[in-house]
Design a protein around this ligand. Structure first.
Ligand code: GLN
Length: 463
Protein backbone atom coordinates (compact mmCIF):
# COMPACT_ATOMS: atom_id res chain seq x y z
CA UNK A 1 0.00 0.00 0.00
CA UNK A 2 1.38 3.40 -0.86
CA UNK A 3 0.67 6.46 1.27
CA UNK A 4 -2.27 7.69 -0.78
CA UNK A 5 -3.94 4.27 -0.47
CA UNK A 6 -3.26 4.24 3.27
CA UNK A 7 -4.73 7.73 3.62
CA UNK A 8 -7.82 6.70 1.65
CA UNK A 9 -8.43 3.79 4.03
CA UNK A 10 -7.93 6.02 7.07
CA UNK A 11 -10.34 8.56 5.62
CA UNK A 12 -13.00 5.89 5.08
CA UNK A 13 -12.44 4.50 8.57
CA UNK A 14 -11.31 1.08 7.28
CA UNK A 15 -7.94 1.68 8.99
CA UNK A 16 -7.37 3.42 12.30
CA UNK A 17 -4.61 6.04 12.38
CA UNK A 18 -3.81 5.07 15.95
CA UNK A 19 -3.11 1.45 14.97
CA UNK A 20 -0.93 2.54 12.06
CA UNK A 21 1.08 4.89 14.25
CA UNK A 22 1.57 2.27 16.97
CA UNK A 23 2.89 -0.18 14.37
CA UNK A 24 5.24 2.42 12.93
CA UNK A 25 6.60 3.24 16.38
CA UNK A 26 7.27 -0.46 17.05
CA UNK A 27 9.04 -0.78 13.73
CA UNK A 28 11.17 2.33 14.33
CA UNK A 29 12.13 1.07 17.80
CA UNK A 30 13.13 -2.26 16.30
CA UNK A 31 15.20 -0.93 13.38
CA UNK A 32 16.58 2.37 14.60
CA UNK A 33 19.25 1.03 16.98
CA UNK A 34 20.92 -0.49 13.88
CA UNK A 35 20.37 2.40 11.47
CA UNK A 36 20.51 5.57 13.63
CA UNK A 37 18.13 7.23 11.16
CA UNK A 38 15.92 8.84 13.81
CA UNK A 39 17.23 11.20 16.47
CA UNK A 40 13.86 11.23 18.23
CA UNK A 41 10.45 9.62 17.92
CA UNK A 42 7.64 12.06 18.73
CA UNK A 43 5.68 9.28 20.35
CA UNK A 44 3.24 11.30 22.49
CA UNK A 45 2.39 13.97 19.96
CA UNK A 46 2.13 11.41 17.12
CA UNK A 47 -0.32 9.26 19.07
CA UNK A 48 -2.33 12.31 20.12
CA UNK A 49 -2.47 13.43 16.49
CA UNK A 50 -3.58 9.94 15.40
CA UNK A 51 -6.40 9.85 17.93
CA UNK A 52 -7.55 13.28 16.80
CA UNK A 53 -7.63 12.09 13.16
CA UNK A 54 -9.65 9.00 14.14
CA UNK A 55 -12.08 11.21 16.07
CA UNK A 56 -12.77 13.43 13.04
CA UNK A 57 -15.73 12.79 10.76
CA UNK A 58 -14.59 10.96 7.59
CA UNK A 59 -15.26 13.81 5.15
CA UNK A 60 -13.08 16.20 7.16
CA UNK A 61 -10.02 13.91 7.26
CA UNK A 62 -7.13 15.22 5.19
CA UNK A 63 -5.30 13.88 2.15
CA UNK A 64 -2.50 12.41 4.26
CA UNK A 65 -4.74 11.11 7.04
CA UNK A 66 -2.78 8.71 9.23
CA UNK A 67 0.31 8.73 7.00
CA UNK A 68 3.53 8.83 9.05
CA UNK A 69 5.99 11.46 7.89
CA UNK A 70 9.49 12.05 9.29
CA UNK A 71 11.05 15.51 9.42
CA UNK A 72 14.68 16.22 8.78
CA UNK A 73 16.09 17.69 11.97
CA UNK A 74 16.46 21.19 10.47
CA UNK A 75 12.70 21.76 10.05
CA UNK A 76 10.82 23.46 12.90
CA UNK A 77 7.89 21.71 14.59
CA UNK A 78 6.58 23.78 17.48
CA UNK A 79 7.51 22.49 20.93
CA UNK A 80 9.87 19.83 19.53
CA UNK A 81 13.64 19.88 19.34
CA UNK A 82 15.22 20.82 16.01
CA UNK A 83 18.95 20.30 16.49
CA UNK A 84 20.32 20.22 12.92
CA UNK A 85 22.27 17.23 14.27
CA UNK A 86 24.52 19.76 16.01
CA UNK A 87 25.70 20.10 19.59
CA UNK A 88 25.04 23.81 19.08
CA UNK A 89 21.27 23.24 18.97
CA UNK A 90 21.08 19.95 20.87
CA UNK A 91 18.32 21.23 23.18
CA UNK A 92 16.78 23.91 20.99
CA UNK A 93 12.97 23.73 20.89
CA UNK A 94 11.14 25.17 17.93
CA UNK A 95 8.99 28.16 18.96
CA UNK A 96 6.77 27.94 15.85
CA UNK A 97 5.91 25.61 12.96
CA UNK A 98 7.62 25.69 9.59
CA UNK A 99 5.12 26.38 6.81
CA UNK A 100 5.64 22.84 5.47
CA UNK A 101 4.72 21.49 8.91
CA UNK A 102 1.51 23.56 8.86
CA UNK A 103 0.72 22.02 5.46
CA UNK A 104 1.33 18.49 6.78
CA UNK A 105 -0.82 19.04 9.86
CA UNK A 106 -3.63 20.51 7.78
CA UNK A 107 -3.71 17.29 5.73
CA UNK A 108 -3.67 15.12 8.89
CA UNK A 109 -0.22 13.64 8.27
CA UNK A 110 1.30 12.21 11.45
CA UNK A 111 4.67 13.75 12.26
CA UNK A 112 6.42 10.76 13.73
CA UNK A 113 9.88 12.04 14.54
CA UNK A 114 13.01 13.87 13.44
CA UNK A 115 15.76 12.31 11.39
CA UNK A 116 19.52 12.38 11.60
CA UNK A 117 21.50 14.45 9.08
CA UNK A 118 24.88 15.96 8.42
CA UNK A 119 25.35 18.84 10.84
CA UNK A 120 23.57 21.93 9.47
CA UNK A 121 23.02 19.97 6.22
CA UNK A 122 26.70 20.11 5.29
CA UNK A 123 27.86 16.80 3.92
CA UNK A 124 27.24 13.94 1.52
CA UNK A 125 27.48 10.90 3.77
CA UNK A 126 25.79 11.67 7.09
CA UNK A 127 29.12 11.15 8.81
CA UNK A 128 29.09 14.82 9.88
CA UNK A 129 26.25 14.36 12.38
CA UNK A 130 27.17 15.17 15.97
CA UNK A 131 25.04 12.16 16.92
CA UNK A 132 26.76 9.42 14.95
CA UNK A 133 26.53 8.29 11.34
CA UNK A 134 23.42 6.80 9.73
CA UNK A 135 23.76 3.34 8.16
CA UNK A 136 22.46 2.52 4.71
CA UNK A 137 19.61 0.00 5.23
CA UNK A 138 20.69 -1.89 2.08
CA UNK A 139 24.22 -2.46 3.43
CA UNK A 140 25.02 -1.48 7.01
CA UNK A 141 28.70 -0.90 6.24
CA UNK A 142 27.82 1.83 3.78
CA UNK A 143 26.66 5.43 4.05
CA UNK A 144 23.08 6.36 3.12
CA UNK A 145 24.29 9.58 1.49
CA UNK A 146 23.71 13.02 2.91
CA UNK A 147 22.82 15.37 4.17
CA UNK A 148 19.24 14.00 4.40
CA UNK A 149 20.59 10.50 5.07
CA UNK A 150 18.34 9.84 8.07
CA UNK A 151 15.24 10.68 6.05
CA UNK A 152 16.36 8.46 3.14
CA UNK A 153 17.23 5.53 5.44
CA UNK A 154 13.92 5.90 7.32
CA UNK A 155 11.97 5.62 4.05
CA UNK A 156 14.11 2.91 2.45
CA UNK A 157 13.88 0.68 5.53
CA UNK A 158 10.09 1.04 5.67
CA UNK A 159 10.11 2.84 9.01
CA UNK A 160 7.96 5.61 7.47
CA UNK A 161 5.91 6.20 4.35
CA UNK A 162 7.38 9.59 3.60
CA UNK A 163 10.06 11.95 4.82
CA UNK A 164 11.05 15.54 4.27
CA UNK A 165 14.58 16.49 3.41
CA UNK A 166 16.29 19.70 2.38
CA UNK A 167 18.46 20.04 -0.69
CA UNK A 168 21.05 22.80 -1.10
CA UNK A 169 23.37 20.96 -3.48
CA UNK A 170 21.94 17.45 -3.64
CA UNK A 171 20.98 16.52 -0.10
CA UNK A 172 17.63 15.01 -1.07
CA UNK A 173 18.62 13.46 -4.39
CA UNK A 174 21.97 11.91 -3.52
CA UNK A 175 20.70 10.01 -0.43
CA UNK A 176 17.60 8.98 -2.41
CA UNK A 177 19.93 7.50 -5.05
CA UNK A 178 22.13 5.73 -2.47
CA UNK A 179 19.07 4.18 -0.81
CA UNK A 180 17.10 3.28 -3.94
CA UNK A 181 14.14 5.66 -3.46
CA UNK A 182 12.64 8.81 -5.01
CA UNK A 183 13.62 12.35 -4.08
CA UNK A 184 12.93 15.69 -5.73
CA UNK A 185 14.51 19.10 -5.38
CA UNK A 186 11.61 21.33 -6.41
CA UNK A 187 11.94 24.59 -8.35
CA UNK A 188 13.51 27.23 -6.10
CA UNK A 189 10.71 29.23 -4.48
CA UNK A 190 7.98 26.62 -4.89
CA UNK A 191 8.20 25.23 -1.34
CA UNK A 192 8.40 27.70 1.54
CA UNK A 193 11.68 27.90 3.46
CA UNK A 194 9.96 29.51 6.47
CA UNK A 195 10.99 27.41 9.47
CA UNK A 196 13.86 25.64 7.70
CA UNK A 197 17.15 26.39 9.45
CA UNK A 198 19.08 28.22 6.74
CA UNK A 199 22.29 26.79 5.29
CA UNK A 200 22.52 28.71 1.99
CA UNK A 201 19.32 30.67 1.49
CA UNK A 202 19.65 31.14 -2.27
CA UNK A 203 19.86 27.38 -2.85
CA UNK A 204 17.98 25.63 0.00
CA UNK A 205 14.72 23.87 -0.86
CA UNK A 206 12.64 21.43 1.16
CA UNK A 207 11.35 18.41 -0.73
CA UNK A 208 9.91 14.89 -0.40
CA UNK A 209 11.66 11.51 -0.14
CA UNK A 210 9.41 8.50 -0.76
CA UNK A 211 9.60 4.87 -1.79
CA UNK A 212 6.73 5.36 -4.22
CA UNK A 213 6.67 7.77 -7.17
CA UNK A 214 3.01 8.75 -6.88
CA UNK A 215 3.48 9.49 -3.17
CA UNK A 216 6.32 11.80 -4.05
CA UNK A 217 4.08 13.92 -6.27
CA UNK A 218 1.31 13.87 -3.67
CA UNK A 219 3.65 15.09 -0.95
CA UNK A 220 5.06 17.83 -3.16
CA UNK A 221 1.51 18.97 -3.87
CA UNK A 222 0.87 19.26 -0.13
CA UNK A 223 4.14 21.07 0.59
CA UNK A 224 4.24 23.60 -2.23
CA UNK A 225 2.54 26.94 -2.74
CA UNK A 226 3.11 30.63 -2.17
CA UNK A 227 3.99 31.74 1.36
CA UNK A 228 4.03 35.40 2.36
CA UNK A 229 6.38 34.49 5.23
CA UNK A 230 9.19 33.57 2.81
CA UNK A 231 10.38 36.54 0.75
CA UNK A 232 11.79 34.20 -1.92
CA UNK A 233 8.56 32.24 -2.26
CA UNK A 234 7.31 32.20 -5.84
CA UNK A 235 3.91 33.62 -6.68
CA UNK A 236 3.02 30.53 -8.67
CA UNK A 237 0.14 28.27 -7.70
CA UNK A 238 0.99 25.09 -5.78
CA UNK A 239 2.24 22.12 -7.80
CA UNK A 240 -0.54 19.82 -9.06
CA UNK A 241 0.14 16.30 -10.27
CA UNK A 242 -1.37 16.21 -13.74
CA UNK A 243 -1.64 13.87 -16.68
CA UNK A 244 1.14 14.63 -19.14
CA UNK A 245 1.19 13.13 -22.59
CA UNK A 246 4.76 11.87 -22.81
CA UNK A 247 4.88 10.66 -26.39
CA UNK A 248 7.01 12.98 -28.46
CA UNK A 249 8.61 14.71 -25.47
CA UNK A 250 12.28 15.53 -25.96
CA UNK A 251 15.04 14.64 -23.54
CA UNK A 252 18.55 16.00 -23.77
CA UNK A 253 21.68 14.16 -22.75
CA UNK A 254 24.57 16.51 -21.95
CA UNK A 255 27.52 14.49 -23.26
CA UNK A 256 30.01 17.26 -22.56
CA UNK A 257 29.03 17.15 -18.89
CA UNK A 258 29.13 13.36 -18.66
CA UNK A 259 32.73 12.78 -19.75
CA UNK A 260 34.54 10.25 -17.51
CA UNK A 261 31.28 8.87 -16.14
CA UNK A 262 31.60 5.62 -14.17
CA UNK A 263 31.00 2.83 -16.78
CA UNK A 264 28.42 0.97 -14.67
CA UNK A 265 26.36 4.13 -14.26
CA UNK A 266 26.80 4.95 -17.95
CA UNK A 267 25.42 1.50 -18.87
CA UNK A 268 22.34 2.10 -16.72
CA UNK A 269 21.86 5.54 -18.25
CA UNK A 270 22.00 3.97 -21.73
CA UNK A 271 19.45 1.35 -20.66
CA UNK A 272 17.08 4.08 -19.43
CA UNK A 273 17.53 5.91 -22.72
CA UNK A 274 16.64 2.77 -24.71
CA UNK A 275 13.65 2.14 -22.46
CA UNK A 276 12.35 5.69 -22.92
CA UNK A 277 13.04 5.70 -26.68
CA UNK A 278 10.90 2.58 -27.01
CA UNK A 279 8.11 4.53 -25.31
CA UNK A 280 8.12 7.37 -27.80
CA UNK A 281 10.59 9.79 -26.21
CA UNK A 282 12.93 11.61 -28.56
CA UNK A 283 16.56 12.00 -27.50
CA UNK A 284 18.84 14.86 -28.42
CA UNK A 285 22.45 15.70 -27.72
CA UNK A 286 22.67 18.91 -25.74
CA UNK A 287 25.50 20.90 -24.28
CA UNK A 288 25.82 22.23 -20.74
CA UNK A 289 29.25 23.83 -21.13
CA UNK A 290 29.41 25.47 -17.71
CA UNK A 291 27.73 22.76 -15.60
CA UNK A 292 31.09 21.19 -14.82
CA UNK A 293 31.97 24.29 -12.80
CA UNK A 294 28.92 23.90 -10.58
CA UNK A 295 30.76 22.21 -7.70
CA UNK A 296 33.45 24.85 -7.12
CA UNK A 297 30.87 27.58 -7.71
CA UNK A 298 28.52 25.88 -5.25
CA UNK A 299 31.11 25.57 -2.48
CA UNK A 300 32.11 29.25 -2.72
CA UNK A 301 28.53 30.56 -2.79
CA UNK A 302 26.99 28.26 -0.20
CA UNK A 303 29.89 28.59 2.23
CA UNK A 304 29.67 32.38 1.92
CA UNK A 305 25.95 32.31 2.67
CA UNK A 306 26.47 29.79 5.47
CA UNK A 307 29.13 31.95 7.14
CA UNK A 308 26.56 34.74 7.27
CA UNK A 309 23.56 32.57 8.23
CA UNK A 310 25.45 30.78 11.00
CA UNK A 311 26.73 34.03 12.52
CA UNK A 312 23.50 34.07 14.57
CA UNK A 313 24.73 31.11 16.61
CA UNK A 314 26.81 33.28 18.89
CA UNK A 315 25.88 31.76 22.23
CA UNK A 316 23.73 34.79 23.07
CA UNK A 317 20.54 34.24 21.14
CA UNK A 318 20.36 30.58 20.24
CA UNK A 319 21.75 27.30 21.31
CA UNK A 320 24.81 26.28 23.24
CA UNK A 321 26.21 28.63 25.89
CA UNK A 322 29.42 28.02 27.83
CA UNK A 323 28.84 29.73 31.18
CA UNK A 324 32.52 29.81 32.04
CA UNK A 325 33.14 32.32 29.23
CA UNK A 326 34.59 35.67 30.29
CA UNK A 327 34.34 38.58 27.85
CA UNK A 328 32.59 38.68 24.47
CA UNK A 329 35.54 37.31 22.50
CA UNK A 330 36.02 34.47 24.95
CA UNK A 331 32.32 33.69 24.70
CA UNK A 332 32.47 33.55 20.86
CA UNK A 333 35.53 31.30 21.08
CA UNK A 334 33.98 28.91 23.57
CA UNK A 335 30.42 28.83 22.26
CA UNK A 336 31.21 28.59 18.58
CA UNK A 337 33.72 25.83 19.34
CA UNK A 338 30.65 23.58 19.58
CA UNK A 339 30.32 23.44 15.80
CA UNK A 340 31.77 20.30 14.25
CA UNK A 341 34.82 20.39 11.95
CA UNK A 342 32.93 20.51 8.64
CA UNK A 343 30.74 23.42 9.75
CA UNK A 344 33.84 25.30 10.93
CA UNK A 345 35.54 24.61 7.59
CA UNK A 346 32.58 26.07 5.67
CA UNK A 347 32.39 29.14 7.92
CA UNK A 348 36.09 29.77 7.37
CA UNK A 349 35.89 29.24 3.60
CA UNK A 350 32.84 31.52 3.40
CA UNK A 351 34.34 34.25 5.56
CA UNK A 352 37.46 34.15 3.40
CA UNK A 353 35.50 34.30 0.13
CA UNK A 354 33.46 37.28 1.33
CA UNK A 355 36.38 39.24 2.79
CA UNK A 356 37.04 42.57 1.06
CA UNK A 357 40.46 41.37 -0.09
CA UNK A 358 39.04 38.32 -1.87
CA UNK A 359 35.36 38.91 -2.66
CA UNK A 360 36.11 40.04 -6.20
CA UNK A 361 38.09 36.87 -6.94
CA UNK A 362 35.82 34.38 -5.21
CA UNK A 363 32.28 35.38 -4.18
CA UNK A 364 31.61 37.78 -7.04
CA UNK A 365 33.25 35.51 -9.60
CA UNK A 366 31.16 32.58 -8.38
CA UNK A 367 28.03 34.72 -8.80
CA UNK A 368 28.99 35.31 -12.43
CA UNK A 369 29.61 31.60 -12.97
CA UNK A 370 26.21 30.93 -11.42
CA UNK A 371 24.60 33.05 -14.14
CA UNK A 372 26.46 31.16 -16.85
CA UNK A 373 25.28 27.82 -15.44
CA UNK A 374 21.72 29.07 -15.17
CA UNK A 375 21.91 30.20 -18.75
CA UNK A 376 23.05 26.70 -19.81
CA UNK A 377 19.71 25.39 -18.58
CA UNK A 378 17.67 28.27 -20.01
CA UNK A 379 19.19 27.44 -23.41
CA UNK A 380 18.75 23.68 -22.99
CA UNK A 381 15.06 24.01 -22.17
CA UNK A 382 14.48 25.95 -25.38
CA UNK A 383 15.47 22.73 -27.14
CA UNK A 384 14.25 19.89 -24.88
CA UNK A 385 11.60 19.16 -22.23
CA UNK A 386 13.93 17.48 -19.75
CA UNK A 387 17.57 16.56 -19.24
CA UNK A 388 18.65 13.06 -18.24
CA UNK A 389 21.82 12.45 -16.25
CA UNK A 390 23.03 10.38 -13.32
CA UNK A 391 22.15 11.47 -9.79
CA UNK A 392 25.61 10.67 -8.44
CA UNK A 393 29.09 9.88 -9.79
CA UNK A 394 29.21 6.65 -7.75
CA UNK A 395 27.01 4.36 -5.65
CA UNK A 396 26.91 4.20 -1.83
CA UNK A 397 30.45 4.07 -0.45
CA UNK A 398 31.71 2.56 2.80
CA UNK A 399 31.50 4.48 6.06
CA UNK A 400 34.92 6.10 6.58
CA UNK A 401 36.01 5.48 2.99
CA UNK A 402 36.13 9.16 2.02
CA UNK A 403 36.84 10.62 5.44
CA UNK A 404 40.34 11.69 4.40
CA UNK A 405 39.40 12.70 0.87
CA UNK A 406 37.28 15.84 1.10
CA UNK A 407 37.56 16.73 -2.57
CA UNK A 408 36.09 13.43 -3.64
CA UNK A 409 33.34 13.84 -1.02
CA UNK A 410 32.59 17.35 -2.33
CA UNK A 411 32.38 15.96 -5.85
CA UNK A 412 29.45 13.75 -4.77
CA UNK A 413 27.34 16.78 -5.77
CA UNK A 414 28.75 16.99 -9.27
CA UNK A 415 25.43 16.12 -10.95
CA UNK A 416 23.06 17.52 -8.34
CA UNK A 417 24.47 20.98 -7.52
CA UNK A 418 23.70 22.47 -10.98
CA UNK A 419 19.95 22.30 -10.19
CA UNK A 420 20.38 24.39 -7.04
CA UNK A 421 22.73 26.79 -8.79
CA UNK A 422 20.20 27.30 -11.62
CA UNK A 423 17.04 27.02 -9.46
CA UNK A 424 15.43 24.38 -11.71
CA UNK A 425 13.73 21.21 -10.41
CA UNK A 426 15.40 17.78 -10.52
CA UNK A 427 14.02 14.36 -9.64
CA UNK A 428 16.25 11.48 -8.56
CA UNK A 429 14.82 8.02 -9.22
CA UNK A 430 16.15 4.48 -8.82
CA UNK A 431 17.01 2.64 -12.01
CA UNK A 432 19.20 -0.45 -12.07
CA UNK A 433 22.00 -1.66 -9.82
CA UNK A 434 25.79 -1.78 -9.93
CA UNK A 435 27.82 -5.00 -9.83
CA UNK A 436 27.73 -4.98 -6.01
CA UNK A 437 23.93 -4.94 -6.11
CA UNK A 438 23.75 -1.32 -4.89
CA UNK A 439 21.05 0.92 -6.36
CA UNK A 440 21.91 3.43 -9.06
CA UNK A 441 20.00 6.69 -9.16
CA UNK A 442 19.34 8.64 -12.32
CA UNK A 443 18.10 12.18 -12.49
CA UNK A 444 15.69 14.17 -14.64
CA UNK A 445 16.11 17.93 -14.72
CA UNK A 446 13.19 20.09 -15.82
CA UNK A 447 12.37 23.66 -16.64
CA UNK A 448 11.19 26.01 -13.87
CA UNK A 449 7.87 24.78 -12.41
CA UNK A 450 7.76 21.83 -14.81
CA UNK A 451 7.80 19.11 -12.12
CA UNK A 452 4.74 17.37 -13.58
CA UNK A 453 6.72 16.42 -16.68
CA UNK A 454 9.52 14.93 -14.57
CA UNK A 455 7.08 12.71 -12.69
CA UNK A 456 5.42 11.62 -15.94
CA UNK A 457 8.76 10.68 -17.50
CA UNK A 458 9.96 8.85 -14.37
CA UNK A 459 6.67 6.96 -14.39
CA UNK A 460 7.68 5.43 -17.73
CA UNK A 461 10.74 3.95 -16.03
CA UNK A 462 9.00 2.77 -12.87
CA UNK A 463 9.83 -0.83 -12.04
N1 GLN B 1 26.73 17.60 -0.19
C1 GLN B 1 26.49 19.00 -0.31
C2 GLN B 1 27.22 19.75 0.78
O1 GLN B 1 27.93 19.14 1.49
C3 GLN B 1 25.03 19.25 -0.33
C4 GLN B 1 24.42 19.56 0.96
C5 GLN B 1 22.97 19.90 0.86
O2 GLN B 1 22.34 19.79 -0.20
N2 GLN B 1 22.43 20.35 1.96
O3 GLN B 1 27.12 20.92 0.92
Amino acid sequence: MNASETAAKVRSGELKAEELVKNRILKIKELNPKLNAFLEIFEDSALAQARAVDAKSPETRGRLAGVCVALKDNILYKGHIASCASKMLENYKAPYNATVVEHLLKEDAIIIGRTNMDEFAMGSSNENSAFGPVKNPLDLERVPGGSSGGSAAAVASGMVDMALGSDTGGSIRQPAAFCGIYGIKPTYGSVSRYGLVAFASSADQIGPLTADLEDNALLLEVLSGHDAKDSTSANNPAFKPEEVKTEGLRIGIPSDFLENLNPEILAVLEAAKADLSAKGIIFEEISLPYAKYASPCYYILTSSEASSNLARFDGLRYGYKDNSAGDLEDSYLKDRAEFGPEVKRRIMLGTFSLGSAHAEDYYLKAQKVRNLIKNDFVQAFKQVDAVLMPATPNTAFKIGEKAEDLISLYLSDLYTAPANIAGVPALSFPYGKDSKGLPIGLQLYGNFFDEAKLYALAKLLEK
